[in-house]
Design a protein around this ligand. Structure first.
Ligand code: HEM
Length: 391
């Protein structure tokens, strides 16, 4: 997508795409404006539902019920209240408490890759490392038992059919609805269990905080748990996957990291910038808005592409260069403004630990397949498989 982004950024930075029936925004300054402009709404669900036949038939009621509580789709004041209640769980301090757990998972997964390699089996960096790491971390955080990981993953993939662009056989909305229903029932069970017997996990903490004046409803807790599972999962896999891919393709940068792992922090920022996991910020104009000499009409959709903004020469020196020591690095991969990614401290910590330990334990790791195949998606940027040789 990058050559096309570069052309749009230079020639038509506020572009009307008749194929997508949406505005495509590609400049760094404009993407920030989209995120900050209070007349541009994050609620793209309501207009979507209005035109959706399944919604009108009442056959996606669970999806509607829970997705309506996703803070990422809400505007103030709803957004402000939900975000404040969940902020506490994601402060730098509460996230750094997760460090020992993340270290343990990373060590275990590297052990697993080594064992596989020694048995002569093919190691896939995605399936064996980049995927299970964030999945295990987010499940632990929420208090979902590891044994349920596979089941939850299937429902989560089904819900993704509603949000993503994937083409599948059958009615994807009905499958997403079934996923949402199963997931909600599952979390209801978990809430009942933690009400009876609290543990040290997020669901217990949310339940204990219920006597607050602004307490969350059960639907809000369920909706947000689904959002966290969803948001905290494949994005981070793709951060760890894409970053690794470019580190392997730019071997000098990998060697630099191996000889000085204190670069892990800035390396992760460069992974986020160079080919980050998120697609576009999706919004709907709440009024007529002027941008870059064009008029975005009320009700029209706006997609602000972060990966395009992240290579804007107006914002980055030598933007096409992959430089793990880049400073400053004001990428927009976690968004901007009030919806700035809630899980950013967690995603950063996971990727930093993964990168550091990999460089220490497997400095000779290299790609063993050809060019990887990318997922066919507008909202998630990542590769399907990355076969590697460890030694
Ligand atoms: C919001 C990206 C990891 C939870 C966002 C947004 C972006 C983003 C771009 C803003 C969306 C918008 O404005 O429309 C990423 C990336 C990640 C990542 C690139 C990994 C590399 C996580 C993790 C969690 C998480 C690990 C949770 C554990 C959320 C939540 C929101 C959000 C709850 C909504 C915040 C709000 O609306 O106020 N993320 N995310 N994300 N992210 Fe992340």
């Amino acid at each position: 997508p990058f050559p096309e982004f570069a052309r749009l950024r230079a020639e038509d930075p506020v572009h009307w795409s008749s194929a997508m029936k949406a505005w495509i925004i590609t400049r760094h300054a404009d993407v920030k404006q989209v995120a900050l402009n209070r007349q541009i709404s994050a609620d793209r669900l309501t207009p979507f539902f209005k035109t959706n036949a399944e919604y009108q038939r009442g056959s996606i009621d669970s999806l509607v019920r829970y997705l309506n509580h996703w803070m990422v789709f809400r505007d103030p004041p709803d957004h402000t209240r939900l975000r404040r209640l969940f902020n506490k769980a994601f402060t730098p301090t509460s996230v750094s408490n997760l460090r020992p757990g993340i270290e343990g998972i990373v060590a275990h997964l590297i052990d697993g890759m080594e064992a596989k390699a020694r048995r002569g089996e093919t190691v896939d960096y995605i399936a064996d490392f980049a995927y299970p790491l964030p999945a295990s971390v987010i499940m632990d955080l929420l208090g979902v038992p590891r044994a349920d990981l596979e089941r939850v993953k299937i429902w989560s993939d089904d819900i993704a059919l509603f949000i993503g662009t994937a083409q599948v056989a059958g009615n994807k909305y009905l499958r997403a609805e079934a996923g949402a229903k199963a997931m909600a029932d599952y979390f209801l069970g978990l809430i009942a269990a933690r009400t009876a017997e609290p543990r040290d996990d997020m669901i217990s903490n949310l339940l204990l905080a219920r006597d607050d004046r602004e307490a969350l409803t059960t639907d809000e807790i369920i909706g947000t748990c689904i959002l966290l599972l969803f948001a905290g999962h494949e994005t981070t896999t793709n951060l760890i996957g894409n970053g690794f891919l470019y580190a392997m393709r730019n071997r000098d940068q990998w060697e630099r990291l191996v000889s000085d792992t204190s670069l892990a922090e800035s390396a992760v920022e460069e992974f986020l910038r160079y080919d980050g996991p998120s697609g576009a910020l999706a919004r709907v104009a709440g009024a007529d808005i002027e941008m870059g000499g064009r008029t975005i009409r009320q009700g029209q959709r706006v997609f602000a592409f972060m990966n395009a903004a992240n290579r804007d020469p107006e914002a980055f020196a030598d933007p096409e260069r992959f430089d793990i020591g880049r400073e400053p690095n004001a990428h927009l991969t976690f968004g901007h403004g009030i919806h700035f990614c809630l899980g950013a401290p967690l995603a950063r910590l996971e990727a930093q630990i993964a990168t550091t330990r990999l460089a220490e334990r497997l400095p000779g790791i290299r790609l063993s397949g050809g060019d990887p195949e990318w997922h066919d998606s507008l909202i998630l940027r990542g590769v399907k498989r990355l076969p590697v040789q460890l030694f």
